[in-house]
Structures are given as structure tokens and as C-alpha cells.
Design a binder for this molecule. Sequence first.
Ligand code: AMP
Ligand code: ZN
Length: 514
Amino acid sequence: MMSIRVYNTMSRAKEDLVPRDEGRISMYVCGPTVYNYIHIGNARTFLNFDMVRRYLEFSGYDVTFVQNITDVDDKIIIRANEEGSTAEEVATRYREAFEEDMASLGVKPPDIAPRATEHIAEMVEVIQELLEKGYAYVSYGDVYFDVSSFEGYAKLSGRELDEQQVTVQFSAEVDRKDDPWDFALWKEAKPGEPSWDSPWGPGRPGWHIECSTMSMKYLGPGFDVHGGGLDLVFPHHENEIAQAEAHSESRFVRYWMHSGMLNIDQEKMSKSLGNIKTLREVLADFDADTIRMLMLGTHYRSPLSFSDDSLSEAHASLERVRNCLFNLDDLAGRLCGGDDDAVPGKRDDALVQFLKEADLEFRESMDDDFNSAAALGVLFGAVREINTYVDRVAATEVPSAAAADVLATARRFLEEHCGALGLFQAPASSGAAEGAAGAPDVGGLVDLLERSGVEVTAPGEKTADELVELLLEARQAARAAKDFALADGIRDGLADLGVKVEDVKGGFRWRFER
Ligand code: AMP
Ligand code: ZN
């Protein structure tokens, strides 16, 4: 297995990825706080870690992926109070929405998706031990972590603990804390809030303790990769480290990975700035693979400037790959159907050789801290070569039995390498831009037949595919009769219905594209 190099936020350097257990990667990525639909910035982080996970699997690792759901939090309670429902109702609704969103993006579901509310007893246990060991103290009904007791606090962020900043940040809790940088492990319940019994009275856990407790529970101490957005480094991950290492007295995580922020107009997209675009809004106009292509085009640690133009560009790139796959399949179908299938011929190895080298280059790029942008460059290089080959075979330069073999290799190459990045894994119906059934609208096709003066018996009983074929026959007939106005009219009418027609040697082919 080639070594993968990973940028570790802790050492601020790229390191060889050496897992705790050979051949296996244990990975924890902070999940959402479920009080709202996720925005496209959140989606970037989840897509980035899906890419990391998929590439690790592609490289032969057995990956265990854990992602929590924060289903108890101030924001959830505030939201529930605003709408007059319960925190549980709010959390369930947005957890389900999150799961749907991830599915429509083709993000692999986690192996384990622990919910905070189902792990309160474990959190209470960890807090109790921290108290016993002298790392925490009780104040009123709250429990706080004593930051001064943990040597190495702020080692991940390298943050100077500046007093001024903190008063602004945590003013509400300041009176109850010994030191402004101390953070809550347990919060006393206010009247009407969801709460659980504890040795310190009814209350709920703090956000940070959830992740320490659940990641240690499912992955054990010293697990391999802990991920999240760059904005979680401080204080969330810093606090996770303090709690977990104070508790286990050993290293918490081997590699800290952080995804860069998605920005809009040079500013981080965030709910508090009010500049968000929900994933659902974007999915109404662009399909899931276009969104993924956009994210893959920028290294996961770099900032990404989001705009509709950048999405359109990503869509054009994606179409190049889709067209290549389409052309491959189309040609392969025609070759298999032909009588000359058995024609003996010297195997044309040039493309096969090219793809072998492309595979190595692809892996080199991805092994270098998951450089998906460079890997895409390799993929597009392969697409160009495959297109050239397809054109050559279409002009029948290569005997088809040999060509069929090469085409199959090319298809496998595209499938596997796109799959390693998570492309084309989303369900076909994702994105409102895709027709509900993924096929042209039958009513529109019948109208077009009528407008074009084509007589069809019982058009209502025909499938969309049959109607498109009839229209294309009519277009061919119009061309043969030199009625170009009609031929072009049919072609444009089909385009309006999302049917893309391409002229190829010896005929035409079509596909539905919307
Ligand atoms: P939250 O629900 O706010 O905790 O966010 C869920 C995940 O999205 C976390 O890993 C955040 O770091 C990440 N995130 C939040 N805003 C952005 C952004 N603008 N760009 C990229 N990731 C983000
Ligand atoms: Zn976390």
C-alpha cells in the first residue's frame, strides 16, 4: 500500500498516514447541530470528508466512519421556543432533513451515527471522572472544565488565551466560572428546558463533551482521523482534546484534518452573518454531481469562493465526463451489435497503457493530502484520450473485437476513479433539475409530434422513448426531403424538452439531459 500523506493541523505539516491498526482507519467527523437545513458551506465540509473516506477505501483501507448528531443544544431549544414545538420535534425534523440531504448528495452514510441524547449516561460518567481527577469543578448546577489544569491546552490552535476576547464570547457564563476560558461540561437546566438527571442536578451536557465521549466510545483512544471544518479548531476541537486526554491520559487523535471554509463575497458563509444559501436551494438548480464537482475542484483545505458562475463551470466540467461515458457506451453498444465482432485484430494497447499511467498519477495526487483538484486534472486528461480513441474507432480504424476490450477498460477506469472521488454516486433523481422520472415529458413530446404534423396512432399509449424515436425518424425524413425548417424545428423542440440529439457517423443518438 502506497503511503498517503495527510496535513495534520496538530503538527502543521504533512505526515505519512500510519494508522493505529494496520490496514484500518478509524475516523470521526463532527456532525451537524440539527436546528435548521444545512447550507452549502456545511455541505462542502461533509462532501470533503466523504471524498477522504472514499479515497481511503479506494486505496484498500477498511474505514470505520463515525459522525455524531448534536440533537440537544441551545440553538435547538431557541428554535423550538420560537415555533412553539419541542426541542425533540425540531431535532428529529432536521436530523431527518440532514440524512435526506446527505443521501441526495451521494454522501455515504456513516457506519455509526450516534446521537447526543442517546449517550447522556456515558457523558455523565466521563464528567464525573474528570471531577474526580481534579480537571473540573461544580459551580451552581453547572460543571466546568478547568483549563489551567490541563497542560497543553490550545496546542491544536496555538491560540493565545487573550482575556479580552473571551468576555465578549462567553459573557453569559462568566460569573459562574473560575477562569473565562473554562468551558461547560454540564449545564444546569432552566425551567422548561429538556433535561436529564445527574449528580449535579437536572441539566444537559455541553457540546464539546458529546464529541469526546462518543468518539472515544466507538473508536477507542488514539483513533486515526478526526475531522471538521476549520472553524471548529477553536474552541471545539481544543476542548475535545482537553477532555479526552485528561480522561484517558493518552493521545486522543493521531491526525487532525480540517476542511477549508466556503466563502461568499469574501466572507465565510454562516447563519450568523445571514449570507447562507441552503443546500436545498442549490439542489433546485444544479444536480448533486455538479455540486460535488465544484467542491473537488478546490483542495479541501483551501478556501472556496462560491458563486453561481463557479457552479456553471463545474457543470460544464461534469458534462465532459458524462459525454465521454455516454460516447463510450454508445460506441460499445454498436460494436457489440455488429457482425464484425469476431474480426481478429491486434489489440490496440496505447490507450490501455495511457490509463495505467493515469491511474498512478491520480493516486499520486490523491496520496498527496487528497489533492482532488490535481486528480481531476488527471481524469480530464484521460477523458481527452478516451474521446480521441472513441472517434478513431467510430471511423473504424481499429477492429472492433479489440476495441470493445479497450472500451471496457476505459469505462472501468472512469467508473473507478470517479467513484474514488464520490462522483456519480448520487441517486439519479437527485436535484429538482432532473425530471421526476428522469425521462422527457410525454405530454410535451405528443404536442411536438402534433405541431410537426406527424401522424401517430394512440400516442398516449407510447413511452417517452418511443415518442422520441418517432420524432427523430420524422426529423430524418424531413432532412431527406430537404425540409430543413421542419427538421430543425423538431430538433429545437426536443432540446426544449431536455432531449439532446447528436449526429454521429451513420445516424444519430440521443439522451435525456436535465
Ligand atoms: P455546524 O452545524 O455549524 O456545527 O456545522 C457543521 C459543519 O459544517 C462543521 O464541520 C463546520 O465546521 C462546517 N461549516 C460551517 N460553515 C462552513 C463554511 N462556510 N464552509 C465550510 N464548512 C463549514
Ligand atoms: Zn465535534
